[in-house]
Structures are given as structure tokens and as C-alpha cells.
Design a protein around this ligand. Structure first.
Ligand SMILES: [Zn+2]
Length: 332
């Protein structure tokens, strides 16, 4: 059976179990390492993150995938420490973010082949000198189209997946460009059943979801709880659409939450939205009162699915059977 790279070493795909496919422990933005005026209490962070993961274990979660892009503060030693203390499988990623918030200039000047070489190195040899190997490949694109700068990174991900068999997890912006990502993946040799088009629940249109699943990849409803992007009631309706359409095998659910996001002000300064709220969130993350638990999907969202007639067997299939198959490399 296939092995899966976690930050604490390889496991069998069958051991993956119930999984949150897209969450984060720590994330930040490029340049925050120079901000000495914004302290980060690593010990307090670890304590908080471990508690949050332990709360998930009470819901039977065995694996937590943190597809933090390379340039968004990815710190695999930090992930490893949290994983060990919480006794949770944590899977980290290789891959860069999208143009607006990422893509370091050094790597923009490389070819897709050179970027793929880095990804393959991080999967097969490890990340820096940490000994930790990436278990998924991250792809991120913006809107309304995949930008010129982003294209080689998407191609590189497909090449690396083809070479290593490791699956791809994507970020789409405002629920668009999923089919464009799929086209590049197909053109550059990634297998459909090893790709998940993430944040697809950001698009309210069932026809968009149908196009993605008909193209043969997994679909991520993995921003559950972000009511300002789409109401969860609409997400729940769209989950039901997919289930009724016979696409249960292709659906994965998660929340894209985080324990600590350093640089909330960047999001609000650029988006010019809710600055006060963002300042309050950033303060709360620093003083340890930040509270958006990873358990909300179980406690708030699944009841919405059950109200709509979705069975626990369906929910379990999406949360456990699908991720195990995704990592095992088996087709659905
Ligand atoms: Zn994310």
C-alpha cells in the first residue's frame, strides 16, 4: 500500500483515517520575519495549537492537512512539534501561493521544470535540513483568470505529481478557475484522481461544481464557516446537490481555518474591509483569546447536513473514505 508523508514520518495510506483536508496551524505573509514589532510567542502558539488538535481527536480526526504554501511562513519544525505533542498526523505541502499575496520574485524567474525540481526534492528528499517530507502539493491561483505568473507554478505541480504520485490540493479565488486548473493538470500529466480543486464552495452555482466533478477530480468544499464568502446554508444545499447527483466519492470538506495568521492587516488593507474587526482578530491571536475552533465543522455544519437528510454514513464517507482513497492513489 502507498505511504503518506506526514511531518512526523511516513504512514500507510490506510492509517490516514478521518481527515480535515485543508486547515492551517500557523500562516503569515512574506516579509513578516522582519517585523520585530509584532512579537510571536512560539510556546504559547504550540500550547494553543495542541489543544485545538486534541479537540479534533475527540471527533475522531486522525489526519490534519496543512497545505501552507512555502512563502506563507511554512515552518515544518513547528508543525512537527505540534503534531508530536497532539499525537495527530499532520501533512505539510510543497508549493507556492498565488500572485497577489505570494510568488517570490526569485521563483518567478524560474521555469516550470525548475520549480518542479524543487517540489520533487521536497517530496522525496525533504524540506531544507529538517528531514520532513511534503505529503501534498499546493497550487493557488487568483481571479478572474490564472495569471501569466501563476501558470508555471500550476504546470510544475502537475509535473511533480506525475513524477512522485503525490496528490495536489488547490486554492481557487472566489470559486473560479477550477476548470482552468484541471486543464493544466491534465496537459502536464497529473492524474485526475490525485487532484482536488479547493475552495469550490466559494462559487454558489451547482453547474460550476458539476463541471468540476464531471472533469474527474475531487472537489473541495473546504471553506466551511466563512459565511462572508458564501452562507453555510448554501454550502449545505450544494453538498446535497452533489450527493443527489451521485458524486459522493469526489467530495471533501474542510474549513481553511488557522490557529494564528500573522498579518491580518494585509488582507484588510488590500481588501479595504472590516479593519477594526481584523485588528481585534490579530490582537486576540496574540493574547491567546482567538477562538474559531476547528471543531465547528462537526458541531455547526454537519447538523445542517443532517437536517437536509444527509446520513452519517455519507458524512463519514466524505471525511474518511475519500481522503484515504485520495492519498492511496486509488481511483474512485
Ligand atoms: Zn488555506
Amino acid at each position: 500500500m502507498t505511504t503518506v508523508n506526514t511531518v512526523t514520518g511516513p504512514i500507510q495510506a490506510g492509517e490516514v483515517g478521518k481527515t480535515l483536508i485543508h486547515e492551517h496551524l500557523y500562516i503569515t505573509f512574506m516579509g513578516s520575519e522582519y517585523d520585530v514589532l509584532m512579537p510571536f510567542d512560539r510556546k504559547a502558539f504550540v500550547r494553543d495549537a495542541v489543544n485545538r488538535l486534541k479537540a479534533l481527536k475527540a471527533h475522531g480526526v486522525k489526519t490534519f492537512v496543512d497545505p501552507c504554501p512555502i512563502e506563507l511562513g511554512r515552518d515544518v519544525n513547528l508543525m512537527k512539534e505540534v503534531a508530536e505533542k497532539a499525537e495527530m498526523n499532520v501533512v505539510c505541502a510543497t508549493g507556492f501561493y498565488w500572485e497577489k499575496y505570494g510568488l517570490p520574485i526569485y521563483w518567478r524567474a524560474k521555469s516550470a521544470e525548475q520549480i518542479a525540481e524543487l517540489y520533487i526534492h521536497e517530496i522525496e528528499k525533504g524540506i531544507g535540513d529538517t528531514g520532513v517530507k511534503a505529503g501534498v502539493i499546493k497550487v493557488a491561483t487568483g481571479e478572474p483568470v490564472i495569471s501569466e505568473a501563476e501558470i508555471p507554478f500550476v504546470q510544475a505541480a502537475a509535473m511533480a505529481s506525475k513524477a512522485t504520485g503525490i496528490p495536489i490540493v488547490t486554492h481557487t479565488e472566489l470559486g473560479c478557475c477550477g476548470p482552468d486548473q484541471q486543464k493544466i493538470f491534465a496537459d502536464f500529466g497529473a492524474e485526475k484522481h490525485k487532484c482536488m480543486i479547493g475552495h469550490s464552495c466559494g462559487n454558489p452555482d451547482p453547474a460550476y461544481h458539476k463541471e468540476i466533478v464531471d472533469n474527474g477530480t475531487y472537489i473541495g468544499f473546504d471553506r466551511i464557516g466563512y459565511e462572508s464568502m458564501q452562507p453555510d446554508d448554501l454550502r449545505a444545499d450544494n453538498v446535497v446537490h452533489l450527493l443527489k447527483g451521485g458524486y459522493r466519492d469526489q467530495l471533501m470538506m474542510s474549513q481553511d481555518r488557522f490557529c494564528h495568521l500573522r498579518g491580518m492587516h494585509i488582507l484588510t488593507n488590500i481588501l479595504e474591509a472590516d479593519k477594526e474587526e481584523a485588528d481585534a482578530m490579530e490582537r486576540a491571536m496574540q493574547d491567546g483569546t482567538w477562538d474559531l475552533p476547528f471543531t465547528d465543522i462537526f458541531e455547526k455544519f454537519f447538523p445542517k447536513l443532517r437536517d437536509r437528510g444527509v446520513s452519517d454514513e455519507d458524512i463519514n464517507h466524505i471525511m474518511e473514505v475519500n481522503p484515504v482513497r485520495f492519498f492511496s492513489g486509488e481511483k474512485f
